[in-house]
Design a protein around this ligand. Sequence first.
Ligand SMILES: Nc1ncnc2c1ncn2[C@@H]1O[C@H](COP(=O)(O)OP(=O)(O)O)[C@@H](O)[C@H]1O
Ligand SMILES: [Mg+2]
Length: 234
Amino acid sequence: MNAVVTNESNTPALVATGLRKVFAGPRGPLEVLSGVDLVVPRGMLLAIVGASGVGKSTLLNILGALDHATSGTLEIAGQRVESMGERERCQLRAARLGFVFQFHHLLPEFTAEENVMMPMLLAGRDQARARERAREVLGQVGLRERELHHPSELSGGEAQRVAVARALACDPELVLADEPSGNLDGASAAGLHETLSSVSRERHQTVVLVTHNDRLAGLADRVMRLESGRLIPA
Ligand SMILES: Nc1ncnc2c1ncn2[C@@H]1O[C@H](COP(=O)(O)OP(=O)(O)O)[C@@H](O)[C@H]1O
Ligand SMILES: [Mg+2]
């Protein structure tokens, strides 16, 4: 018997159409995105590459509903984002998205485990279950022995792994990562990308990864280049 494919699973993780972003600059408007079209099917690992300053972070922040496009449309898991209020967008981010940034942004006064527990506690999960899940996902990123370390007691690569664990803790459908290995040496960067891709593939999660490192982009299912405000196949 064929597997039943529901509409839900056919809906792409992301559909962006004609996204434009214009910033008001001191010397007049600055158009950073000039019509980005993108469909990301569920479960895909997409890498976006491009020169520094070309608008990769701007695009990722829009795709993650952290910022508004000037015009164009965006659907995350079938939900139209432009029409949502800030409260709804916040709920969407908490329920469906996970973010990893270039700098880990871990809270210094908390342990690795507590940092990973944080989004689960905010989502209302009870403490014991959040701790159990934090330990599980820290194990998946190879940090089972670092649970009780504070960020200052971790290497740069380890801290980024904790940030990956935190992003994956609530089991998001879509993970957005903005140059997560930008600050790491070659070996740690490769390890981080491998971890992110293997853990997300296991859960059939969709990942959009911005990187300036073409070699690391090679782990992706598809690579697109942001150039002159548009996305083109790399
Ligand atoms: N809030 C902002 N206001 C004005 N200009 C901005 C703002 N954010 C980014 N920019 C400009 O948009 C361009 C793209 O920035 P960014 O998306 O950070 O590039 P990338 O991530 O590819 O390095 C840059 O020229 C930057 O100066
Ligand atoms: Mg950037």
